[in-house]
Design a protein around this ligand. Sequence first.
Ligand SMILES: Cc1ncc(COP(=O)(O)O)c(C=O)c1O
Length: 401
Amino acid sequence: MDNFQKEHELFFNTYKRLPLEIESGEGCYLFSKDGNKYLDLFGGLAVNSLGYSHPKIIEAIEKQIRKYNHLSNTFLQTPQVELAELLLQQTKYKKVFFTNSGTEAIESAMKLVRKWGKKKNKVNVFGMSNGFSGRTYGALSIMDKEKYKSGYEPFLPNTSVIRFNDVDDLISKVNETTGGIFLEFIQGEGGIVPASKEFIEQLFLLREKFDFLIIADEIQAGIGRTGKFFCFEHYNVQPDVICFAKAVGGGLPLGGILGNEKVADVFTVGVHGTTFGGNPVACCAGIATVKEILENGIMQNAIEVGNYFLEKLCMSKNKFPNFIKEVRGKGMMLGVELTHDGSTVAEKMLENGVLINCTNVNVLRLLPPLILSKEQVDDAMKVFEKVFSEFSENNFPVTAK
Ligand SMILES: Cc1ncc(COP(=O)(O)O)c(C=O)c1O
């Protein structure tokens, strides 16, 4: 039995695997056990922002693991303090709470919203249509995608969804009972869809009128991916709470929330906590990652190479107008919306040594490491063009819904 067969036997069947067994990774490349090399353009689904085997991350992990690899939360943990200082100085928020994952960051923020709103009778919490917040009950409660929710009912009370980028729907649903509104400023899983300026403007105007919390889900787009440390900075607004995860731990499980002065005193001793959240080894990897992103031109690279990639993809769109509907995104968060199903395109790319992801049926999602070079974009574009032309010539074998 090979490992794929064993996995099939042993595990709850939750994941669809690629037909690759990875041996190692280096920079933007993954190497399979059978000796093949792959250019990874979805970078651990936005986790591997500095690619694989980054020497500074390895060094930070090694150094900490020899000191202590875990302390209970009855101890102060120096790496947590250092990472907190870095994040708060960069963002000007007031408080942090560390978690292990994105969905736990969402849960933490939801609990914060509920506690903040309780005395004011602001009990209603909203997410956005087509958004993705995670797999726990709080997260699922503010999502509308049947694919993730079906069969898990009932969800949390006083939760629902506003139609993303629909100003009228927003105005009709928000009022003085609103406690918090969660949103991704660029929806990732939803197909790399940016929030419109008008929608964000209206959202923040409504906050002034009704006094609720705005929670930016920066789990996928944050930590430099779009060329700003957090994606909401493109809109010149200041949400009250930020959820982050994925890239922050440099490949180790880490996430958290940041809060402004409005929520700084909501949590008190014992009302929220976690055994592993803010693990010292993960925090050291986080410090190395965040410092590297902030101090060594990584966000600038994300903008420059991201724009270059976008430009090249737009040229492909002009070449294959019947196959490519739209190209969009910011920095290293790019989407290619096809007129047809994208999963077979992703499979063909894989056969040609380039890893991409397909989301929302027909959107090719690119979340490469932020260290990607223009030469690597050129290599990838050769494969994209080959695959796009094959599909065009074959008269688009699969149709998107
Ligand atoms: C925008 C967004 N929010 C939340 C999550 C959930 O994060 P995690 O899988 O770490 O729980 C994800 C994961 O893909 C995400 O992209």
